[in-house]
Design a protein around this ligand. Structure first.
Ligand code: M6R
Length: 614
C-alpha cells in the first residue's frame, strides 16, 4: 500500500526522503515521487515504477539548485487505486500548475467525484485521474496564506480516509499533516522532524515519535509541532518510544526479509509469550485484555475476525477455544462480518487479528462490533496502529517489524497468543490447574519446536527442488491441520505464483479429487494426532490417482513416511501447538520453491503489505 515520508529540518531533504521511500518499498507500490521546497518554489519529480527511477530523475536533473539546498520535502510510494500506475497519477499532487499547495495522500477520498465536478465548474482543470489531486486542488482553492487553515477546511468537506502531508510555496519549512483512518507518525529529532506513514521510515533517525489520532491535523515548522483537531481545538499528544531497533528492519545478511523473518520466529515467539505464561499456576497473564475473572465468566462467545494469514490464525483459535474452554467460538472473514449484519452483543468478545493493525476490512469489522455493544480486543503487531487504538484493549504480538509481504512470524506469534487466550478462558471455566500447567508448558515449548524445524532447512530444500516445477498443487489437513493447510497454500501462491488450494482432507472426495493426476501434487498434514489416520487414507486415494505426495509428518513416524513420496519432519508435540512447527516447515518449503523459480519473494506482484482499502 501507499507510503508517505516528509522532512523538515537542518539537513538536506532529498537523500533523507529517498532513503525513507526505500524503507517503505516493502509495503508494495507501483509509482513514486518527491516534492522539494525552497524559499520561493516547490519542484516535483515523479515516476511510474521503482523509487530508484525517481532517484535517477533527481540525480540527472540539470538544475540541482533546489535539490542541493532544500531542507523541506514530501515523498510518496503509490499503490494504484484511482487511475492506473502512471507517472501523471503518481504523488505528490499539486493544487494548480504554479503550485500554491502540494500534497501526498494515503487512503481514499470517497466523495472525490462530487468535489471534482464542483472544482471543474469553478474553472479548474485536472491532470490526473486520482482522488488525491481533487484534495490538492480543493486545498489550493481554499488557500489564503495559511496551509493549516486551508487543509482543515478542505478535510471538513471530505468523506473517506486519509493520511496526508502537505506543503505550501508561501510557507517554506512548514509541513501540515493529518490523519483519519490511515496512520501518520511524527518522528522528533533534535533539529528536525520526520513524518511518515510507518515507523520504518523514521527509525534510523529517531525513536521518539508522536502517533496522531484520527481527525488530528498538525502544523510542523522545523521542530515546532502544533496539533489540533479538525474542529480546530488544540490538543496535545504524548510522544512515545518506538520499541524496535533500526537493525530489526534490515535484512541482516539474509537473502530475503522473508527468510530472515522465518528464522526470527523462535525469538519472536519468545517475545510474544514473555511474561505472559505462568507455568506454575497453569495460566496465562494477559493484562492487556483487561478482563476481570467475573467478566471473563460472563463472555459466552469468542468471535475472531481478520483477513488472509490473520484469518487463518483465527481458525486455530476457534478449534482451541471449543476444545479447551467449552465455549462457543467462531472465526469470520472481516469483510463478510462488516456487511453481514452479524448478531453480536455484550456477551461476545470480538478478537480482531491484524499484523499491520491497518487492514481496512478488519478495522471496519471492529467498528461494527463496537457499534453493536461487543467487547473488542485487538491482536496486533504494529504498536499504535489504528486497530490497536480502536480496539482499546488487546495484546501486542511483539514480533518485531515484518517487512516481507508474505506474513510468517506474525502468524506464529498470533497462534501463540491465541493459545494463551484459550488457556486463560479455559482456566476461568473448567480446566484444572494440572491440565493448565500442561497447556502452559506446551505453549512455552513452542520456540524450541520451531528451532528444531529450522535445523531441517536442507532437507526441506531437497523436497522443494522436486516440486518447484509444478504449476498447481493441493494442501490437505484436518482439525488443527486444516488452518495449517490454508496457510501453507496461501504462502505458496503468494510468493511462487503456483496455483495452490487448501482443502479439508474430507472435502477431497466431494469434488477436488477430479483434478488429481501426475501434475497435481498434494501436500498432506500428517503429523500425529486426531484425524491423522483418516488424512493418511486420503493420501492413499491421491496416490492411487498418480498425484505426487509430500507429507508433513512427526519425526520418526515410519508409517507416515512410507505412505508419501517425500516427507518433511516436525518434532512430536500436542496437536494444538504443532500448528506452529508445521506452518514453519511449509513456510520454508514455499520460500525455497519461490527462490528456485526466481520470484520476487519479498514483494510479490500485485500484493501490498497492508490492505488499507476495500
Ligand atoms: O496486517 P493484517 O494481518 O491485517 O493483514 C491481513 C492480510 O492482508 C495478510 O495476512 C495477507 O494475507 C498476507 N499477505 C499474507 O501473507
Amino acid at each position: 500500500m501507499c507510503g508517505i515520508v516528509g522532512y523538515t529540518g537542518k539537513r538536506i531533504a532529498a537523500p533523507l526522503l529517498l532513503s525513507g521511500l526505500r524503507r517503505l518499498e516493502y509495503r508494495g507500490y507501483d509509482s513514486a515521487g518527491i516534492a522539494l521546497a525552497t524559499e520561493h518554489a516547490i519542484r516535483l519529480w515523479k515516476k511510474e515504477g521503482k523509487v530508484s527511477e525517481v532517484k535517477n530523475e533527481i540525480e540527472s536533473d540539470p538544475d540541482q539548485s533546489i535539490i542541493s539546498t532544500s531542507h523541506t520535502g514530501i515523498a510518496h510510494t503509490r499503490w494504484a487505486t484511482h487511475g492506473p500506475p502512471t507517472t501523471v497519477n503518481a504523488h505528490p499532487h499539486k493544487g494548480n500548475s504554479d503550485p500554491k499547495v502540494v500534497l501526498v495522500h494515503n487512503g481514499i477520498i470517497e466523495n472525490y467525484r462530487v468535489l471534482r465536478t464542483k472544482l471543474e465548474a469553478e474553472g479548474r482543470t485536472f491532470l490526473s485521474e486520482t482522488d488525491t489531486e481533487v484534495l490538492a486542488q480543493l486545498t489550493d482553492s481554499l488557500y489564503q496564506g495559511d496551509l493549516l487553515d486551508a487543509l482543515t477546511k478542505a478535510l471538513n468537506q471530505v468523506e473517506g480516509t486519509f493520511g496526508i502531508v502537505a506543503m505550501a510555496t508561501a510557507e517554506p519549512g512548514v509541513l501540515v499533516v493529518a490523519r483519519r483512518g490511515s496512520p501518520i507518525v511524527i518522528g522528533i529529532g533534535p533539529e528536525e522532524t520526520i513524518v511518515a506513514s510507518d515507523a520504518s521510515a523514521i527509525i534510523t533517525h529517531t525513536r521518539n515519535a508522536i502517533y496522531l489520532d484520527d481527525n488530528d491535523i498538525a502544523k510542523i515548522n522545523g521542530v515546532e509541532i502544533d496539533i489540533r483537531t479538525l474542529t480546530s481545538a488544540r490538543v496535545s499528544r504524548e510522544a512515545s518510544e518506538i520499541d524496535w531497533s533500526p537493525e530489526a528492519a534490515e535484512k541482516g545478511g539474509y537473502e530475503h526479509y522473508m527468510l530472515k523473518e522465518i528464522f526470527e520466529q523462535p525469538d519472536a515467539i519468545r517475545n510474544a509469550i514473555r511474561g505472559r505464561i505462568d507455568v506454575d499456576k497453569g495460566n496465562a497473564i494477559l493484562s492487556g485484555l483487561n478482563l476481570e475473572p467475573r467478566e471473563m465468566a460472563e463472555i459466552s462467545r469468542l468471535l475472531v475476525v481478520g483477513c488472509g494469514t490473520s484469518l487463518n490464525a483465527g481458525l486455530v483459535a476457534e478449534y482451541a477455544t471449543e476444545d479447551f474452554c467449552g465455549m462457543h467460538a467462531e472465526v469470520e472473514q472481516a469483510a463478510e462480518f462488516r456487511y453481514r449484519n452479524p448478531i453480536v452483543g455484550s456477551k461476545d468478545l470480538v478478537v480482531a487479528i491484524s499484523q499491520s493493525g491497518e487492514t481496512a476490512d478488519t478495522l471496519a469489522a471492529v467498528c461494527e462490533a463496537k457499534e453493536k455493544g461487543a467487547l473488542i480486543a485487538g491482536l496486533v503487531n504494529v504498536v499504535g496502529s489504528t486497530i490497536a487504538r480502536e480496539a482499546g484493549r488487546g495484546i501486542y504480538l511483539h514480533a518485531g517489524p515484518e517487512i516481507s509481504v508474505a506474513s510468517t512470524k506474525a502468524f506464529t506469534c498470533q497462534v501463540s497468543v491465541l493459545l494463551m487466550i484459550a488457556l486463560k478462558f479455559a482456566r476461568s471455566r473448567r480446566m484444572s490447574i494440572e491440565s493448565g500447567r500442561c497447556f502452559a508448558k506446551a505453549i512455552a515449548d513452542i520456540p524450541a519446536l520451531v528451532e528444531e524445524v529450522l535445523k531441517t532447512e536442507d532437507e526441506i530444500i531437497k523436497v522443494a527442488e522436486k516440486f518447484a516445477q509444478y504449476d498447481h498443487c493441493f494442501f490437505i489437513g484436518r482439525g488443527y491441520m486444516f488452518p495449517v493447510a490454508l496457510e501453507g497454500a496461501l504462502k505458496l501462491k503468494e510468493i511462487s505464483y503456483i496455483h495452490a488450494e487448501a482443502y479439508h482432507a474430507a472435502e477431497l472426495k466431494h469434488g477436488p479429487i477430479a483434478l488429481l493426476d501426475e501434475n497435481m501434487p498434494v501436500i498432506a498434514l500428517l503429523n500425529q494426532g486426531p484425524g491423522m489416520e483418516k488424512t493418511m487414507s486420503n493420501v492413499h486415494e491421491c496416490k492411487a490417482r498418480s498425484a505426487p505426495t509430500v507429507g508433513v509428518i512427526t519425526q520418526g513416524d515410519e508409517e507416515a513416511r512410507s505412505s508419501v513420496d517425500y516427507a518433511i519432519e516436525i518434532p512430536a508435540c500436542p496437536m494444538h501447538t504443532s500448528v506452529v512447527p508445521a506452518t514453519v516447515a511449509l513456510q520454508l518449503f514455499s520460500y525455497h520453491i519461490a527462490r528456485i523459480r526466481g520470484c520476487s519473494i519479498d514483494q510479490p506482484r500485485n500484493l501490498a503489505k497492508s490492505v488499507t482499502v476495500e
